[in-house]
Design a binder for this molecule. Structure first.
Ligand code: FES
Ligand code: FES
Length: 974
């Protein structure tokens, strides 16, 4: 390795440094020089997060080697564009248009925008979209629209047509903040490149920190481990140790991650996941050892020298394969199908097969089989964790986590450190969308810190992260639906086979979503359904926005369209006839908690009619136009035993500190907490600058629960109200005025109050009966009615979504920009899910581009989101939840629109150009497009339902533990 001394002119100043011109990229050098605004996401030139200006041209600096850069070249990064005290208009525009969510892509977008406006300060929206498409700037959070809005605002300032003040969000003078688009507190650091994400934290760790690289053999999906040979690796330069499961056990850890399988029908008896694989590899991304060294490069070099000998076992890569009668058990303690949940209603409750009779005798019926794919989350930032023992002896993790407390539960005793001595805190986080609900990365980092008794840093390459992190569960399903002569649905039948991958944890929760959201929010009198979940050897299933429900809608919203057509009824009208109305019940035999459906359809109607008319007018043989609808929705909270706490403290300078674990992953954990606190403390006349947020550190903050299940705003909002009420009461004087901090102290009145709230205070909640599927598990719901307008190119089969409209009910909007961010972002993921996203071929699907992430031109610029804003009866200040529903069913609206456009119904997503073209070719040849035959899901549906009826399990209602995604349920096994 030969180093070279070089000079670059960086942000106007000449800087000298040494580098390896062959190995080092421009991004490496800039980051070493402290310019950590240059974020490395993909590392291979496909995401744009590392974009800088080099001699006036945009480059993706991760892909530009120093050998190709001349001395004294001019480089501009965000640090050279604007600073917190002297912001550039582009930075101000991004902050004030909701264009910054997780912020990981933001420096790249700002540099890209800066370059665009230097070339063209009067771009059209389409110019802006072309520019970001050309320069491969990807944002996975926003859905892009707000970014284009921001560029248009910045351009006005650059042209002198507006001032910076003109483009700022104005604070309301009446202090009525709730519902307004206040700027996120964390956005200033993000637009200036000063937010230090995981890899930035690693660079800034003390010098005694060890670096850890994973030994992820990637040899097979299923295999016995015969031997791990670490001899050569241990002799590599700088290596401190190669850690295997034996080392962790010798240090006192169990090496087994805590699990909670709560469902009465679950056959899982032994926790399925180990920290470091010992005897078997269950999936391609399993890790067998950790290489610990003085530098990252040394650790990686050593990891590559660990030899792993295996004996391959049969690989079952989807539900259908794992459910075959001759398939071997993947985990010895349980059959591959490890849990089942029936859904029986009407005649199905007494005799399930009667539902089949109703369907077969109905005037109109349809049937179909569908596949919902293994959707990858594709956050731009990968995975990076630091672990060390803090000054009080806590094993401390700096990481990305959807639930800092639930991560502790998930770690359990696998590291041999009592959970009371674990501390989890979040780094600034480049999004997750659900994958960081799982603490496997923390367990690896913790294992290294425990074995070494030293601080460590673990940073995965994007490819390693891609194979290590869980994915949305794929699902095969069969279904039938029938209606009477008036288009009223009279019966539904469904059978879902959920592929939960290599590990079981969460599977018996995820599959209850199909049992609740199939045919939501319609009313159907007779139902016979079954949800099954199986282990396979593909990547494990984990949370993803709208967890478990898109799989349901893939079947039910397709069947709704198919039945409407069969009955000769317009699909909008057919849905109108069948939505739930007061007095109607859902498929779980309970009344809906709310009935916004009619009002939402009334709001949607003119948009639908306009879309249909425009599709007709613009339809040509070359470019077919179509319109598709899909109802969607999701639960709010984790159910009847969900709980949350938050604390508020009065400070000596009469400001307030709010403590909570409203995890900020880009969705707005910072602004959500701020809005709630402002509203809860409104009697005190507080302003945003009077509230300091201390968040997401288990040592400092009470447990507000996980950021998932659309629960955080709702649950931590109620806890915030409880804390604020106590504080306000304590501050209140007999004359109605409020005590100062000094007065509180002199009277000996505490200045800090913790508030808590639990769903146990909501009447009548009960989870699904494992024998019938009857139940009412959530206090509130979010609702979405989606309308997609597409154009299908008949020459190529390529589908383009030209406009998307969503009418939602998320209760009262808390922060307009944050809710819109969830809406646009969720819709963009839905479009990707429908058309391109995939994680199946582990050799090919290694980065965001090969996995089909939508670039800006894949997402329409026109996205209408209309908030119905029915005040929620229970939620804080009338809000319910505002995330999951936006990604529940939009994908089926797109698929239905494709059918409407060209007659090709896609049963197995994604709807790639090749699949659509094959359907078009079949139609052109006078054949019917191919559809999948009914899937074999392990047994006959009705035999299975009869067996469940004959063998009921004991149902005790709500368990007395926090049952869902973490909480304290882990004790079940330990
Ligand atoms: Fe450089 Fe993705 S393009 S990190
Ligand atoms: Fe763009 Fe998160 S804000 S990736």
């Amino acid at each position: 390795m030969a180093f070279k001394k070089m000079w670059l002119n960086i942000n106007g100043a000449n800087r000298m440094f040494a580098c390896d011109p062959v190995k080092d990229s421009l991004a490496d050098v800039l980051r070493r020089l402290g310019l950590t605004s240059v974020k490395v996401g993909c590392g291979i030139g496909v995401c744009g997060s590392c974009t800088v200006l080099l001699n006036g041209e945009l480059v993706r600096s991760c892909a530009r080697k120093m050998a190709r850069i001349d001395e004294y070249s001019e480089v501009v990064t965000v640090e050279g564009i604007g600073t917190p005290t002297n912001l550039h208009p582009v930075q101000v525009a991004f902050m004030n248009n909701g264009a910054v969510q997780c912020g990981f892509c933001t420096p790249g977008f700002i540099v890209s925008t800066y370059a665009l406006l230097l070339k063209n300060n009067n771009p059209t929206r389409e110019d802006v979209r072309e520019w970001f498409q050309k320069h491969k700037n990807v944002c996975r959070c926003t859905g892009y629209k707000q970014i284009v809005d921001a560029v248009m605002d910045a351009a006005k300032v650059v042209r002198g047509e507006a001032t910076i003040e003109d483009i700022k969000v104005k604070l309301p003078e009446d202090k009525e903040y709730y519902g307004k688009p206040l700027v996120r507190p964390t956005s200033l650091a993000k637009v200036c490149g000063l937010a230090d994400y995981g890899d930035d934290q690693e660079l800034k760790m003390p010098s005694e920190t060890y670096h850890v690289a994973m030994v992820q053999p990637r040899l097979a999906h299923h295999a016995k481990i015969l031997r791990i040979d670490k001899e050569e690796a241990e002799k590599m330069p700088g290596v401190a140790k190669i850690i295997t499961a034996a080392d962790l056990k010798a240090a006192g850890g169990s090496n087994v991650m805590a699990e909670a399988n709560f469902h009465e029908r679950s056959t899982v008896r032994i926790p399925s996941r180990k920290v470091l694989a010992e005897d078997k590899i269950y999936r391609y991304g399993d890790v067998v050892a950790l290489a610990v060294a003085d530098t990252k490069e040394h650790a990686r070099a050593a990891a590559a020298k660990v030899k792993v000998e295996i004996e391959k076992l049969p690989e079952y890569l989807n539900f259908l394969e794992a459910a075959m009668p001759d398939a071997m058990r993947i985990h010895e303690d349980t059959p591959n199908i490890f849990c089942k949940q029936p859904v029986l209603k009407g005649v199905g409750l007494d005799e399930p097969s009667k539902v089949a009779e109703v369907i077969e005798e109905a005037p109109y019926s349809v049937e179909g089989s569908f596949y919902s794919s293994r959707e990858p989350h594709l956050s731009i930032e990968g995975d990076s964790v630091q672990a060390y023992f803090d000054e009080d002896g806590y094993l401390t993790f700096q990481c990305k986590s959807q639930g800092v407390y639930s991560s502790i539960s998930r770690i359990g005793n696998c590291l041999g450190v009592p959970t009371s001595k674990l501390r989890v805190m979040m780094n600034p986080t480049g999004a997750s969308f659900g994958w960081s609900t799982n603490a496997g990365d923390l367990c690896l980092a913790g294992a290294a810190a425990v074995v070494m008794q030293a601080p460590i840093a673990l940073s995965m390459s994007y490819e390693e992260h891609q194979h290590f992190s869980g994915k949305r569960c794929p699902c095969h399903s069969n279904g039938r639906l029938a209606c009477d002569d008036n288009g009223k649905i009279i019966a539904a039948e469904f059978d879902f086979g959920l592929d939960h991958g290599a590990y079981s944890w969460g599977g018996d929760d995820c599959f209850t979503k199909q049992a609740r959201f199939a045919f939501f929010p319609y009313t159907i009198p007779n139902v016979a359904g079954l949800c099954r979940v199986a282990n396979t050897n593909h990547n494990f299933g984990t949370a993803y926005r709208s967890y478990g429900s898109p799989q349901a809608y893939t079947l039910s919203e397709a069947l709704m369209d198919m039945l409407a057509e069969r009955a000769g009824i317009d699909p909008f009208e057919f849905r109108w006839r069948n939505i739930g109305r007061p007095g109607d019940t859902n498929i779980n035999s309970y009344p809906f908690r709310q009935y916004p459906m009619e009002e939402m359809m009334k709001i949607m109607k003119p948009y639908y009619e306009k879309a249909v008319a425009e599709a007709k007018a613009n339809d040509t043989p070359e470019k077919r136009r179509g319109v598709g609808l899909a109802w969607g929705g999701f639960n709010v909270t984790e159910g009847g035993t969900d709980k949350a706490s938050a604390a508020i403290e009065l400070n000596p300078d009469e400001t307030f500190t709010k403590y909570d674990t409203y995890q900020e992953l880009g969705q707005g954990g910072d602004i959500g907490s701020l809005m709630l606190t402002l509203e809860a403390l409104k009697p005190l006349g507080v302003t945003p600058d009077m509230i300091k947020l201390v968040q997401n550190d288990t040592k400092l903050c009470p447990d507000s629960g996980m950021s998932g299940a659309s629960r955080t705003h709702y649950m931590s909002g109620k806890a915030t109200m409880a804390a604020a009420e106590q504080l306000i009461n304590a501050m209140k004087k007999p004359d109605g005025t409020y005590r100062t901090y000094d007065e509180m102290k002199s009277e000996g009145i505490p200045t800090k109050y913790t508030g808590s709230w639990s769903c146990t205070s909501v009447d009548g909640l009960c989870r699904l009966d494992p024998n019938t599927g009857i139940g009412d598990p959530s206090p509130s719901y979010t609702y979405c009615l989606n309308l997609a307008e597409v154009e299908v190119d008949t020459a190529t089969g390529k589908t383009t979504v030209v406009r998307f409209t969503c009418v939602d009910d998320v209760g009262k909007v808390g922060n307009l920009a944050a809710v819109n961010g969830q809406a646009f972002g969720g819709i963009s993921h839905s479009i990707g899910f429908a058309l391109s996203e995939i994680y199946e071929d582990v050799k090919r699907h290694t980065n965001i581009a090969s996995c089909g992430v939508p670039y800006i031109k894949d997402i329409p610029d026109v996205i209408n989101v209309i908030h119905y804003e029915r005040p929620d009866e229970v939620g804080p200040f009338g809000s319910s939840g505002a995330s999951e529903a936006f990604q529940s069913s939009g994908h089926v609206a797109v698929l239905n629109a494709i059918y409407n456009a060209c007659g090709v119904r896609i049963h197995e997503i994604p709807a790639t150009p090749a699949k659509v073209k094959a359907g078009l070719d079949a139609i052109a040849a006078g054949r019917k497009p191919e559809v999948p035959a009914k899937y074999f899901l392990g047994s006959d549906l009705y035999e299975e339902l009869e067996d469940i009826k004959a063998n009921p399990v004991k149902y005790e209602g709500e368990p007395d533990f926090f049952r869902s995604l973490g909480g304290s349920t882990s004790e079940k096994f330990f």
